[in-house]
Design a protein around this ligand. Structure first.
Ligand SMILES: *Cc1c(COP(=O)(O)O)cnc(C)c1O
Length: 376
């Protein structure tokens, strides 16, 4: 091969997504609904394609972060229920109702604003109430001394006209982290969530869909399923424990060896001259850099999969390129494909090198990287 059409690209496997969906679904109790979290362009995988596959496969719900993401799905013909997890300005109540989008409601004042606008329109907005059981982010604060006030406000919000309260949910802070204290905290969050639901129940409030199960809970607290599971990362087959469940990565980021050069020992490589060859070195130049989402922090700390094995990355990662040592991989040639992460090159290892989590690296794959549906 002499000409390369693409510098780098991301392959998205519909088969692996379907496999993961079915595998997770099978692990859930009978009757438990499945919500696929497709915020942030489905963790970089492409929200429209992902939603289309989940809708066809029979998933019950989708979740996004904001109105734009929800409208983007509706515009592409996605008809299944969509929950917006984050804030939406009440000025858009009409758009939410018009497009059949469910809104998370995080407090009494917000509920009153949605209620007022919905009533003025003579319509009803479907909502899920967010309960803060210890994440300390959005939601009716119901921890510790705030329990009574939290429940009182939640119940008042649920009784407002113009709102159809379809669900209630909470979010865990450390369900994905090991250790006794993390387990204690997570179980306390769950206990608090159930206590809130029960206290509201004694005042006649029923929530048809109670949900709290993110990736961490799905892995470590299968008994928390309630009426719906809500995984993101696991659905895409990533995270330290995805392999244990037989899940498969749905994205692999690819590039090619654009050039191979030979350097004498003592040659410095890339910006900053931070890497010096210790031997005769056969160095490949790859068409991917930090503008594509490969963190510069990984410089000299990661390796990528080429024909014959893993090639260590050398020298500072540039905006559009980076270098790999191919000396020990004589089979690797100019034009060959290189996997940056995917089934062969571990995203968890790359995340650790970047001092972050796989979530961030998936979201970081930039717009410049074309997505292709392709089973691998
Ligand atoms: C992002 C998000 C999820 C999904 O989290 P994962 O760890 O990817 O499973 C679930 N619930 C809420 C509220 C979220 O914001």
């Amino acid at each position: 091969m002499t000409e390369f059409e693409k510098r780098c690209w991301a392959e998205i496997s519909p088969d692996n997504l379907l496999h993961n969906y079915r595998t997770l679904r099978r692990a859930l109790p009978e009757g438990c609904r499945f919500l696929g979290v497709v915020k942030a362009d489905a963790y970089g995988h492409g929200a429209v394609q992902t939603a289309g596959i989940l809708e066809k496969a029979g998933a019950d719900y989708l979740a996004v972060a904001c109105l734009d993401e929800a409208l983007g799905l509706r515009a592409e013909g996605i008809e299944m229920p969509i929950l917006i997890l984050g804030h939406t300005a009440t000025a858009y109540t009409g758009a939410l109702i018009e497009h059949g989008i469910t809104q998370a409601v995080a407090g009494l004042a917000e509920a009153e604003r949605f209620s007022a606008v919905a009533q003025a329109l003579g319509r009803t907005l479907r909502v899920h109430m967010a309960v803060d059981t210890g994440m300390s982010r959005l939601g009716f604060l119901c921890t510790g001394a705030d329990f009574e006030t939290g429940v009182t406000e939640l119940v008042r919000a649920c009784r407002l006209p113009g709102l159809e309260v379809e669900g209630v949910f909470t979010h865990f802070a450390v369900s994905d982290e090991e250790g006794e204290e993390n387990e204690r905290y997570t179980r306390e969050q769950y206990r608090c969530f159930l206590a809130v639901i029960e206290a509201a129940g004694t005042q006649g409030i029923r929530f048809p869909i109670r949900h709290c199960m993110n990736t961490g809970a799905l892995l470590h607290y299968p008994e928390f399923a309630l009426d719906m599971a809500r995984p993101g990362l696991l659905l895409y087959g990533y995270g330290d424990e995805a392999g244990k469940l037989g899940l498969r990565p749905c994205m692999r980021v690819m590039t090619r060896i654009h050039t191979i050069k030979h350097y004498a020992p003592g040659t410095t490589i890339s910006y900053g001259r931070r890497f010096t060859t210790a031997r005769e070195t056969r160095m490949g130049v790859l068409g991917i850099g930090y503008a594509d989402g490969l963190p510069r922090l990984c410089s000299d700390k990661c390796s990528f999969a080429v024909a014959g094995g893993m090639a260590p990355q050398r020298g500072r990662i540039c905006m559009d390129m980076c270098m790999v040592d191919l000396t020990d991989l004589p089979g690797a040639e100019r034009g060959d494909e290189v996997e940056i992460f995917g089934p062969r090159a571990d995203l968890n290892a790359l995340s650790r090198a970047a001092q972050t989590i796989p979530y961030e690296l998936l979201c970081a794959v930039s717009k410049r990287v074309p997505r292709e549906l392709k089973n691998f």
